[in-house]
Ligand binder design. Structure first.
Ligand code: GUN
Ligand code: FE
Length: 456
């Protein structure tokens, strides 16, 4: 079979938040982009058969295969601001930096250049599934979807809806709720009809957040989500300002308001969620939605750390997001290590002037295997995508870690226990360590030597 190949070598994944599974010499068989079989101990005969037909990718001794990363929250048009403009509170940051930048995407040629650079950058960082907010512009958003499809990135692409005249400037808002819905519908139809798109790239309904949308628009998008059977994404209970704004306008929390609008749906992605209370978490869980935890962005814009441990204990689905460009790092491994760090700071508290016993929230920490699970299988569960694990029936979305690269900060000792090696990976791996990336069996970045053309 020409669209079959196998990868042999060291593999590691996290089938559960507290479970690291590592195989020193596994064989993963891939048929038509999907994992057909996983052999924890590579059987010599099967391996030899793939080798004989030139369909074996045999990893070098220090290389390791990991599942691809699932980034649940990216603002694609904010990429040009990456690493800058982090000095204002959210409500002012949007008006002064973000809306003027996003308005530039009325120019589809400008958008095409930015999106090409962004998708390539994220793939090189190992992000095999990406959930994007684009802008209000249909042609530019179509370009983003087309770019993901051509480059081979699994993606959910949303045309941002925002029509509220009190929160959105005249130069960057939908002209009416009807226009926003019509353009959202057009994006859904366009993405679903893209030639060669067999579900790799999907549309997602994207009200920016409640403050930016009229009730009329929110109701209409809720109805459209049900009619079109689309995922939904929005920002939810992010900061004191945003949380307070929704409480005073709607008389309830974000999740309850979203529920009333028909926007709290199964596999919906709620970004941030720092101010979610117990009732909100219960509502999210029963709706089957999930949270995109963006720990780095939260440090700048949220006024608080997300109570991740509490959300996980309540059975809420959670994955990670970079929140480019509210978060200044494109690598989801950075989000994973920041999730660990933020949870530790929440646990101990941060103000030395406060007595130790009153300073933090005991029991808040998460470990590195949990952080890696969030970045892979956890994010995939939020979206209901079969990726993030090496398991038969799952998409072969993977990255090849190669610490032999002279630019690497990663020191891996095969004699160390798997959990310890994963700890090193989460804390020190980055783009220079990622030698190759596959999505749905297609090699979308890098090279792995002679057999490297397999799957690409
Ligand atoms: N809330 C509404 N829009 C945005 C945005 O672009 N970034 C973040 N972090 N929060 C938002
Ligand atoms: Fe965001």
């Amino acid at each position: 079979m020409t669209d079959s190949f196998a990868v042999r070598g060291a593999c590691l994944h996290t089938p559960a938040p507290d479970r690291v599974e590592a195989w020193p010499d596994a064989l993963i068989e891939v048929h038509a982009g999907t994992i057909a079989a996983v052999h924890p101990d590579a059987p010599a005969g099967v391996s030899a058969a793939y080798e004989a037909s030139g369909q074996l990718v045999h990893l070098a001794p220090r290389q390791m295969l990991l599942p691809g990363l699932v980034d649940l929250h990216i603002h694609a048009p904010q990429f040009p601001n990456l690493g800058t403009a982090l000095d204002l509170p959210l409500e002012q940051w949007l008006q002064d930096y973000t809306f003027p930048l996003e308005a530039r995407f009325a120019d589809a040629a400008y958008a095409a250049g930015v999106y090409e650079d962004l998708v390539g950058t994220l793939l090189a960082n190992g992000t095999t599934t990406a959930v994007y907010f684009a802008t209000i512009h249909l042609p530019a958003t179509q370009k983003l979807a087309e770019t993901c499809l051509r480059r081979g990135q699994r993606a959910f692409v949303g045309r941002v809806a925002m029509d509220h005249p009190d929160s959105c400037p005249a130069f960057y808002r939908d002209e009416s709720a009807d226009a926003a819905v019509a353009q959202t519908r057009a994006l859904i139809d366009h993405v679903r009809a893209l030639p060669g798109n067999a579900g790799l790239v999907r549309p997602i309904i994207t009200p920016r957040f409640i403050p930016a949308c009229t009730d009329e628009l929110l109701h209409a998008l809720g109805a459209l989500a049900a009619e079109a059977g689309c995922h939904v994404q929005t920002h939810c209970s992010e900061s004191d300002w945003e949380h307070g704004h929704v409480l005073s306008r709607c008389g309830c929390s974000d999740t309850e308001a979203l529920h009333r609008f028909g926007l709290l749906t199964a596999n919906g992605v709620l970004a941030h969620g720092n101010f979610l209370g117990d009732a909100d978490l219960a509502r999210i869980r029963s709706a089957g939605a999930g949270v995109a935890h963006c720990p780095l962005s939260n440090a700048y814009f949220a006024d608080a750390a997300f109570p991740l441990r509490a959300a996980l204990e309540k059975g809420v689905r959670v994955g990670l997001g970079t929140d480019i460009a509210g978060g200044a790092h494109p690598s989801l491994l950075d989000s994973a290590r920041m999730a660990v760090t933020a949870s530790r700071m929440l646990e101990t508290g941060v103000d030395p002037a406060v007595a130790a016993a009153a300073r933090g929230r005991p029991g808040s920490r998460i470990g590195t295997s949990e952080a890696f699970w969030l970045a892979t299988a956890g994010g995939a569960e939020v979206l209901d995508q079969q990726t993030g694990l090496f398991r038969p029936g799952y998409a072969f979305d993977a990255l090849l870690l190669d610490p032999a690269n002279p630019d690497s900060n990663l020191r891996l000792d095969p004699a160390e226990p798997a959990a310890r090696r994963l700890e090193r990976i989460v804390h020190t791996a980055g783009r220079p360590d990622i030698a190759a990336v596959w999505v749905g069996g297609r090699k979308v970045h890098g090279r792995v030597g002679n057999a490297s053309e397999r799957g690409g």
